[in-house]
Design a protein around this ligand. Structure first.
Ligand code: PMV
Length: 363
């Protein structure tokens, strides 16, 4: 079994003065939700997600050796312009990962980042953003240690991304990613995400996710605060046990291709996540009236047409509409006819399962 110490490098065999990389990293949507954590970003329960394809962060990292090595030095550009208010989060990330990347103070970095989805769309950019940055840092570490294996590269990238934002560790590699120890999933770890290692029925290939933007405002409650509220939560113990059970159910569902059972697990997980928020102290509601309108419309449409479409939710009001590729036409028509009216400014984003992070520039 891995421990965090396995990601502390001993020596580097090579040196590099300057260069730049560019990586894209996708967002992901959890099917079994991560909600509640222990120290050092260790999840209280395992989770599994679909990696998205179109909602991505693209980050370029330019680096140049500097004289003094006593502090971090970096510039941050968002959509080509300096963005001072993102810097504290990045600095905190650098502090957390320095132990594992001891070269970070040797360089001045220019981090140039943008998202493919609209800013403040209510889609969290922390998962894709932290994953894209972690990939870039791993590319630099690989220059210093060219013998590094691909397995180590991706595991450590996910390990580092997790230290930036828990769910970011599921945005590194693979279509379906598990994060957190689960007895029946070989190789699963609390320290990093792994590609789901068993059979996935073709019903789930190219699964579609249309994200309905119900409320694009700032999150009322940060996920850090939300996770914390699971400490001493009256239902924490049974919730964490339920996540393990649901993940086991999904192993069988992925193999059999049983979409009816998939829908039950996925919708129940989404509602449970929100139920945990409603039953914590302090309590809060992140759904909006239109979130409920959409859920009811999906249930009605599913009952009437027998189309296997379902929803999931993040820690917010937006709705992810999930469905197999072979019903896309019908579902998109339904979304246009009946759901777009519940979206802020009629906005929605069409996405589907994707592969994970991708290297764009390696100089
Ligand atoms: O990665 P965080 O700390 O922003 O937490 C994300 C939590 C949920 O999105 C609500 C669920 C999940 O597993 O992605």
């Amino acid at each position: 079994m891995f421990t965090a110490a396995d990601f502390i490098p001993k020596t580097y065999s090579s040196t590099i003065e300057n260069g730049n990389f560019e990586w894209s990293a996708p967002s992901n949507i959890a099917l079994v939700k991560y909600w509640g954590k222990k120290d050092n970003q260790i999840p209280a329960n395992p989770s599994v997600s679909f990696t998205l394809n179109n909602c991505k962060t693209i980050t370029k990292l330019a680096f140049e050796k500097k004289e003094s090595k006593d502090a971090f030095s970096f510039d941050l550009l968002f959509e080509g312009k300096p963005k001072e208010d993102f810097k504290p989060k990045i600095r905190k990330f650098l502090e957390r990962i320095e132990e594992y990347l001891p070269f970070l103070k040797d360089y001045h970095f220019t981090i140039d980042t943008h998202n493919t989805f609209p800013h403040s769309s209510g889609i969290a950019s922390s998962a894709s953003g932290m994953a894209a940055l972690a990939m870039n840092f791993m590319s630099l570490e690989k220059k210093l240690n060219p013998e590094m294996t691909d397995d180590y590269f991706y595991q450590k990238a996910s390990f580092l991304a997790r230290l930036g934002s828990g769910s970011a560790c599921r945005s590194v590699k693979g279509n379906v990613v598990v994060w957190g120890n689960q007895a029946n999933i070989e190789g699963s770890s609390d320290l990093f995400g792994v590609e789901f290692p068993y059979a996935i029925h073709e019903n789930f290939h190219n699964y579609q996710d249309t994200i309905l933007l119900v409320d694009k405002g700032e999150k009322q409650v940060s996920s850090t605060v939300g996770h914390d509220l699971m400490h001493n939560h009256p239902y924490a113990y049974s919730r964490f046990a339920q996540a393990h059970e649901n993940l086991d159910k999904l192993i069988a569902i992925f193999e059999s291709g049983n979409i009816e059972e998939f829908i039950k697990v996925v919708e129940s997980e989404a509602l449970t996540l929100h139920a945990m928020m409603m039953t914590s102290m302090p309590y809060f509601i992140l759904m909006k009236p239109n979130t409920l309108q959409i859920i009811n419309a999906i249930w009605k449409f599913r009952a009437e047409t027998k189309t296997p479409v379902c929803f999931t939710l993040d820690a917010g009001a937006n709705v992810h509409v999930l469905y197999p590729e072979n019903v896309s036409k019908k579902v998109l028509q339904f979304i246009k006819n009946e759901l777009v009216g519940f979206c802020q400014n009629g906005q929605y984003i069409c996405d589907e399962i994707g592969e994970g992070s991708q290297l764009i520039i390696d100089n």
